[in-house]
Design a protein around this ligand. Structure first.
Ligand code: SF4
Length: 272
């Protein structure tokens, strides 16, 4: 039985944190740090790269190496870090607005390159920090501060996007189950090439409040009811799927990652 706490990565003296009561970011971060500890990651060899937004504040609380970057660009910075020093464990923590709405293009190309890093995208279905505006993952016909009569757009399927672009590992979980989340994080961190863990999370302050789920418990129940283990989801007929979404490991393959491919280029250049 593991007793990993993740505490060795947490900065002392910075509490209380800035996240609202009931927010899922703490569960995501706790699962990630426990996974890092179980894999024996040292603080010195681990780099956490973040973008902007509530999720992007995660690095404020860490004593790993950390880089707080510009909105939507965390994966571009992380790509440079990993290409320069492949020995580092590079983890990128982003929200849905940051990671796949403003940063959608960087996300596609990091997956296409099969860049050897782990992206954790916390999907709370809106831009939390700036007031709950619609994002690229807001489900259609739900309410946000900028879609007061319902969102007419379709929400992005982040996992399908990563799979189509070439990621080696793709998993999705909700913050209802920290243990499963930690298991997926560990698999993602171990994987060579681009790995993604999408973490579906409550934002009770904005998304929940505007969608008849004022209490965190209601939002967690909603997420739990909609999440279906991937094997069961794949057996469902198309017309039964509706708003349900699959959770678990969705993609697990071993195509060569960027660093392996780039080593070939370096070798060719060395030989002239
Ligand atoms: Fe979390 Fe939403 Fe509060 Fe941001 S606004 S800390 S995402 S609950």
């Amino acid at each position: 039985m593991s007793h990993a706490t993740g505490l060795k990565y947490l900065k002392g003296g910075v509490l209380p944190h800035m996240w609202c009561a009931g927010c899922g970011i703490g569960t995501m971060l706790g699962s990630l740090l426990r996974a890092c500890e179980e894999l024996d990651y040292s603080n010195e060899d681990t780099v956490v790269v973040t973008g902007i937004g509530c999720t992007g504040k995660a690095d404020d609380y860490l004593v790993t190496n950390a880089l707080h970057t510009t909105h939507g660009r965390a994966l571009a910075f992380a790509t440079g870090i990993k290409a320069f020093n492949p020995k580092l464990n590079v983890v990128v923590i982003m929200g849905d607005g940051d990671g796949v709405t403003i940063g959608g293009n960087h996300f596609i190309h990091a997956a296409r390159r099969n860049m050897d890093l782990t992206a954790v995208v916390l999907n709370n279905m809106n831009y939390g920090m700036t007031g709950g505006q619609v994002s690229g993952t807001t489900p259609e016909w739900t309410f946000t501060s900028t879609t007061a009569y319902g969102n007419p757009e379709r929400g992005f399927d982040i996992c399908a996007l990563a799979e189509a672009a070439g990621a080696n590992y793709v998993a999705r979980e909700t913050t209802c189950n920290g243990l499963k989340l930690k298991k997926n994080m560990k698999q993602a961190l171990r994987k060579k090439g681009f790995s993604l863990v999408e973490v579906i999370s409550p934002c009770p302050t904005h998304f929940g409040r505007r969608n008849d789920m004022k209490e965190t418990g209601a939002m967690l129940r909603w997420l739990k009811d909609l999440s279906i283990p991937v094997e069961r989801y794949r057996a469902m007929k198309e017309e039964e799927r509706g708003r349900y979404f699959p959770v678990g490991t969705l993609v697990d393959r071993d195509d060569p990652g960027f660093n392996e491919r780039y080593a070939r280029v370096c070798e060719a250049a060395r030989k002239g």
